[in-house]
Design a protein around this ligand. Structure first.
Ligand code: WT7
Length: 656
């Protein structure tokens, strides 16, 4: 957190009161804060009444063995039943669950709750045929198509935790995740549409699965119709199996703490962490926050989370939260500029979207494209906007509110994480007078603080580390297969206080409102996607020409942070002089893309003779960040060799 940022924030004094009409009919009023403060467990118990239990819990929270929480102990429920069947049973089977919009023009499908129930049951029956049993893990590697939701819910229905791997990840990333959670079945498709053309997925699965002997079956949806290679023993088509299966399937009730899914996310080491979410608390937390923060009115709202299902945002606020609430959602397959830059706004106008939830990086892109583009479309249906994934800068907040929301929509800046599962800090639309750039305060039932190194509150007007001070229902339960890493990563730092360490820096303003300033660890946030510096460094050094690499996230106007890499080449790579540096840089960038995924491609790669290291050998990324952000390099006295920074800066000067 630079002083410049803090100074800017201090000057922000615009406030936006909730619209009167919204406040009058809001799902949640200011009383919720008092109620939750008085008795958080009673508050969550009441929220839990919003979903349907086969057996009611006998204890709201078991925190006897921290940091291993159990919520709604003794309760039994089925997540898929809650998301689908119960709405049909309540007479809402004809309500649209998804207005699905494919990327190619006019490629749309509306899916009602009744249809979704049939499809989920069919997929569940097929998974049983393929040998999936309660507790087995199933990997899902899919584009943004309805079958992805069906696949997730079919797993949930069987109590088989899914692990959805973002379709933009490479085959090696997919392989690592399949191996880490030992999945025996993979659900995928031939491909999806991206930027106007089919983008294949099945070849990456073939490659990954070749190194995963445990995988017995690959269930494949036909989406693009492109040719795929086929293994008769292993591969089955969705249309040959799921679409022919029985639509009858009786959901079984599972323990509230039964694993629902594992979502991999980047940590400070090279190995991604499998964040485990369980059933009861997660469903309570996501459905309550979706209803409260977005003031969801299921009968009249058309809700749209414009994110990929491969991230936690998609899990909590495309699938579980909205469906548990019986919402009607939009789901869009493609990119915002296909076939033209007004695609999102065309969709908003067509489906009369009332609530849009997206990332600041998207908003900044739209700002760059200009306000004339959204102005061509009727966006008057919008009544609420949301932002997630990174701090939203005040300019983007104002633009979003004015140009997209017509100056009348509150903007919910929601802070949360893969680990938290649900919104933690956010305004409430009918209560909070929003400040552009501030996520404001913890939602009712959640307790956060900003603390110093000793875990003491910093108090208003000061900056420090963001912590969660009490357990919350959708909290991660552990890191898959690694309880130790779970304790170490999140709980050790403030063990004396029992606080959850979020890894973000934050500031409390004079009113006590929270300004999240970004990561304080080696985790980067690029266009709202979380990447670890070490993961990219490992990818770079796995290239035969690279001896050593250091990666930093540098502030970037467009993507929030941009990946800047510094590499030392192996001797052999320098010999002969036959290789143009540009070609080598491209080769390295592509190598990272194939190791992790295109989102991890460094924006710049600088070849350096040495890296700045302390005497104990730790790379001083802070200094490299100074270089990448074109600042004067800070204190170099702790470097083993202080001339290293001069050499690196010489290289920058040459513009290599
Ligand atoms: C990290 C979590 C939450 C789903 C998408 C990202 C940053 C998230 C905000 C916000 C400032 C934010 C934090 C956090 N972040 N939302 N509203 N304001 N920063 O989930 O990949 O687990 O990343 O994203 O740095 O720690 P994730």
């Amino acid at each position: 957190m630079s002083n410049e940022t803090l100074a800017n924030l201090a000057h922000e004094d615009r406030r936006f009161e909730p619209p009167k009409e919204l406040a009058e009919h809001a799902n949640v009023t200011a009383a919720a804060y008092d109620e939750a403060d008085a008795d958080p467990e009673a508050f969550w118990a009441k929220a839990a009444e919003r979903i349907s239990w086969d057996t009611k819990w006998d204890r709201v929270l078991d925190w006897d063995n921290p940091p291993f929480a159990k919520w709604f102990v003794g309760g039994k429920l089925n997540a898929a039943y809650n998301c689908v069947d119960r709405h049909v049973e309540a007479g809402n089977g004809d309500r649209v669950a998804f207005h699905w919009v494919g990327e190619p023009a006019d490629d749309t499908r509306d899916i009602t709750y009744a249809q979704l129930k049939d499809q989920v049951s069919q997929a569940a029956n097929t998974l049983i045929e393929l040998g999936v049993k309660t507790g087995d893990r199933v990997a899902i590697y899919m584009p943004m198509i309805p079958e992805t939701v069906v696949a997730m819910l079919a797993c949930a229905r069987l109590g088989a935790p899914h692990t959805v791997v973002f379709g933009g990840f490479s085959s090696s990333a997919l392989r690592d995740r399949i191996q880490d959670c030992d999945a025996h079945v993979v659900i995928t498709s031939d491909g999806g549409y991206r930027r106007g053309a089919p983008a294949a997925l099945k070849p990456a699965v073939d490659e990954a699965v070749a190194q995963c002997p445990g995988v017995e079956h690959v269930l494949v949806v036909r989406r693009t119709g492109e040719d795929v290679t086929w293994d008769d023993q292993r591969d089955v088509w969705w249309h040959d199996t799921v679409e022919k299966a029985s639509t009858d399937h009786t959901p079984e009730a599972f323990d509230a703490e039964h694993p629902l899914y594992v979502m991999y996310t980047s940590g400070t080491t090279g190995k991604p962490k499998g964040i485990l979410h369980t059933t009861g608390g997660y469903l309570v937390g996501t459905s309550w926050t979706h209803w409260a923060v977005f003031d969801l009115k299921p009968e009249t709202d058309v809700y749209w989370t414009a994110a990929d299902i491969g991230w936690v945002t998609g899990h909590s606020y495309i699938v579980y939260g909205p469906l548990a609430n019986g919402a009607t959602s939009v789901m869009y397959e493609g990119t915002p500029d296909t076939p033209h830059k007004g695609r999102w706004w065309e969709i908003v106008a067509k489906y009369k979207v009332t609530t849009l939830y997206c990332a600041p990086t998207a908003i900044r892109t739209f700002m760059k494209w200009g306000r004339d583009i959204p102005a061509e479309h009727d966006l008057s249906s919008l009544r609420l906007l949301g932002s997630v994934g990174e701090p939203i800068n005040p300019e983007a907040y104002i633009w979003y509110r004015d140009q997209i929301g017509g100056g009348k929509t509150p903007v919910m800046d929601t802070w949360w994480q893969t680990e938290t599962g649900m919104h933690m800090i956010s305004p409430l639309p009918g209560v909070t007078a929003g400040k552009p750039g501030s996520a404001m305060k913890a939602i009712p039932g959640v307790s956060v603080d900003v603390v110093d190194d000793d875990g003491e509150s910093v108090g208003n007007g000061n900056g420090g580390y963001l912590v969660v001070t009490k357990p919350w229902p959708a909290m991660l339960r552990t890191i898959w297969g690694d309880d130790e890493r779970f304790k170490e990563t999140y709980w050790e730092r403030y063990a004396a206080k029992g606080y959850y360490f979020a890894g973000d820096g934050a500031k409390l303003d004079d009113d006590g409102d929270i300004w999240v300033l970004g990561r304080v660890d080696d985790v980067m946030n690029v266009s709202g996607h979380r990447l670890s510096t070490t993961e990219i460094e490992s990818a770079l050094v796995s290239h035969p020409k690279v001896a050593e690499a250091a990666v930093v996230g540098a502030t970037d106007e467009q993507s929030g942070q941009a990946i800047n890499a510094f590499v030392i080449l192996r001797e052999s790579a320098l010999k002969g002089g036959e290789e143009a540096p540009d070609a080598l840089i491209t080769e390295l960038r592509n190598h990272v893309a194939s190791e992790i995924g295109a989102i991890a491609k460094p924006k710049s790669i600088l070849v350096v003779p040495e890296l700045p290291k302390t005497r104990s050998g730790k790379i001083m990324r802070r200094l490299l960040r100074d270089v990448a952000e074109h600042r004067d390099v800070g204190d170099v006295t702790t470097l083993a060799d202080s001339s290293v920074m001069d050499q690196i800066q010489e290289g920058v000067g040459k513009g290599s």
